[in-house]
Design a binder for this molecule. Structure first.
Ligand SMILES: [Zn+2]
Ligand SMILES: [Zn+2]
Ligand SMILES: [Zn+2]
Length: 230
């Protein structure tokens, strides 16, 4: 059975051969790798992926080839708010929209008939003949949401708990002061003593630290899940 990607490749080959493009085989290698990934991929990631597959192509050549795929309708160029330009497959006759996580950058595809129909109705109401649309929903993905829900101020952590520093609010000065203590987002710390008032004693690597309650209110932590499981 012919794989749909083979049909896409043959179609691409026919079109680029027709207009006398050079380096046909190399371009076919690029489209092959591109069709093999379902990611919304940046140029940099594409060059990296090609390298993993054993192709050391010049990024300029890859960019040119990607843009050719866009022109010929095999790829679509997308730029979501706050993100670099990405390429995705363009499947004929199929349409989807996107959910974008503003925290981790995750992109989820969806299609909803009701939304599609609504957009046509709205356009028609204003006398528009809709040619295309961009429907992007920005927010927190389920992973980021559950991570956020699990966040608590360090001041609320119980003695014996191992927690991971996630965020430090309260401005640059405060973050710098914590960094001076050797504490950074991503660090795991152990709460040694926290009586609910006064200083909190922490274990960090091989050091014990005493931190004021005020500061402990602005350090947001999450339980160390590995610790919970063990
Ligand atoms: Zn849509
Ligand atoms: Zn996310
Ligand atoms: Zn997509």
């Amino acid at each position: 059975m012919t794989h749909p990607n083979d049909l896409e490749k043959a179609n691409f080959k026919a079109l680029i051969e027709e207009d006398g493009t050079d380096r046909i085989q190399e371009r076919l290698d690029i489209i092959d790798v591109f069709l093999g990934t379902e990611a919304h991929i940046t140029l940099e990631e594409m060059v990296h992926l090609l390298k993993e597959k054993g192709y050391a192509f010049d990024p300029v050549f890859v960019a040119q080839c990607m843009n050719r795929m866009v022109e010929l309708g095999f790829a679509r160029k997308k730029q979501f708010d706050g993100q670099p330009i990405r390429y995705e497959h363009r499947h004929l006759g199929r349409h989807h929209d996107h959910l974008v996580c503003t925290k981790c950058g995750k992109i989820v595809e969806f299609s909803d008939e009701h939304i599609e129909r609504c957009q046509l109705t709205v356009a028609a109401r204003y006398g528009f003949h809709m040619l295309q649309h961009r429907m992007e929903i920005y927010g927190l993905c389920s992973d980021c949401l559950s991570r956020r829900q699990r966040l608590m101020p360090l001041a609320a952590a119980k003695p014996g708990e191992r927690v991971i520093i996630r965020e430090v609010s309260g401005g640059r000065t405060r973050r710098a002061r914590l960094a001076a203590l050797g504490l950074r987002p991503g660090d795991t710390i152990e709460v040694i003593a926290n009586s609910g008032q006064g200083r909190i004693i922490l274990g960090h690597g091989h050091t014990r630290l005493a931190i004021g309650r005020g500061v402990a209110q602005v350090i947001m932590v999450a339980l160390d899940q590995e610790n919970v499981r063990s």
